[in-house]
Design a binder for this molecule. Structure first.
Ligand code: ADP
Length: 220
C-alpha cells in the first residue's frame, strides 16, 4: 500500500534532537528514514525506525542511492558541526527535496541554513532556554512564544477569581490577554467561554501579545 505524498520523511542525524523528531514522526504515522554517519547510532536505531542507513549526508550520491531526492520532506538534525549541517542542507536543496527543516545552534547558523535552502529553521536550545527562563521568573507554569510576538502561557488565575466568571474578571480589558481555557490539577482542560466559572486552584491558559502575557504573569 502506497503512502500519500510527503508521508516519507528523512531524518538526518539521530542524536538526541533528531532521535526525538524521528520517534515522534513515527508515532504520528509517518514512514521515517533515519540517516547517521555513526555506525553505532545506526545500530541502536535499526529496529526502531522504518529504515535506518549509515551514510555521510553531505555526500549527494549517497543520499540519491537512499532515494532521499524522492522524499517530500527532510529534517537536518546535525547541530554541533556547523559545516556539516550547512553542507547537508545544501545537498538536500540540490537534489530537490521540497521541504527542508533544520536545527540551528545560533542565529547566524540559522541565517546560513535559510540561505542555502532550509524552509524551516528551529533553535531548540535557545527556545527551550527562553521557555525555562519564563517559567522560572515569570511565574508561568508553561510558556510558548511564536515568532510573531504572540505567546500562549499556563498561568495562575488572578487572586480572588475563584467562583467568578471569566466575563466578570475581564482579563482582556484589564491585561489585553485572552483566556483560552481553564484547568484544575488532575482534571481536564475546559474551553473558556464568557460564562465559564473559574474553579478553585485553577490555572488559566492565556494567549496574546508576548509583552501582555508577560505583564499579566508578573503581576498575578
Ligand atoms: P544532538 O545534540 O541532538 O545529540 P549532535 O549534533 O551531537 O546532536 O548529533 C547529531 C548526529 O548527527 C550524530 O549522531 C552524528 O553522528 C550525526 N552526523 C554528524 N555528521 C553527519 C554526517 N555528515 N552525515 C550523517 N550524520 C551525521
Amino acid at each position: 500500500e502506497k503512502l500519500p505524498e510527503g508521508a516519507h520523511i528523512a531524518v538526518i542525524g539521530l542524536g538526541r534532537f533528531g532521535g526525538a523528531v524521528a520517534e515522534t514522526l513515527l508515532e504520528l504515522g509517518y514512514e521515517v528514514l533515519g540517516i547517521d554517519a555513526d555506525p553505532r547510532i545506526v545500530q541502536d536505531w535499526s529496529d526502531r525506525l522504518t529504515q535506518v542507513a549509515e551514510a555521510d549526508a553531505t555526500d549527494e550520491e549517497a543520499l540519491r542511492q537512499l532515494g532521499v531526492h524522492e522524499f517530500g520532506r527532510a529534517v537536518v538534525a546535525i547541530g554541533t558541526n556547523l559545516e556539516t549541517s550547512v553542507l547537508t542542507v545544501l545537498t538536500l536543496t540540490e537534489i530537490g527535496v521540497p521541504e527542508i527543516w533544520a536545527k540551528a545552534t545560533s542565529v547566524k547558523h540559522g541565517k546560513i541554513l535559510s540561505s542555502v535552502g532550509a524552509d524551516h529553521v528551529v533553535f531548540p536550545e535557545s527556545e527551550m532556554g527562553e521557555r525555562v527562563g519564563h517559567m522560572i521568573s515569570g511565574r508561568m507554569l508553561d510558556y510558548i512564544e511564536f515568532d510573531d510576538g504572540f505567546a500562549i502561557a499556563k498561568v495562575r488565575a488572578p487572586r480572588g477569581a475563584a467562583g467568578r466568571t471569566l466575563a466578570d474578571i475581564g482579563l482582556r480589558t484589564k491585561w489585553g490577554v485572552t483566556v483560552v481555557g481553564t484547568k484544575r490539577p488532575g482534571e481536564d482542560f475546559v474551553y473558556a467561554r464568557p460564562e465559564t466559572v473559574v474553579p478553585d486552584n485553577a490555572v488559566l491558559i492565556v494567549a496574546g501579545d508576548t509583552a501582555k502575557v508577560e505583564a499579566y504573569a508578573a503581576e498575578n
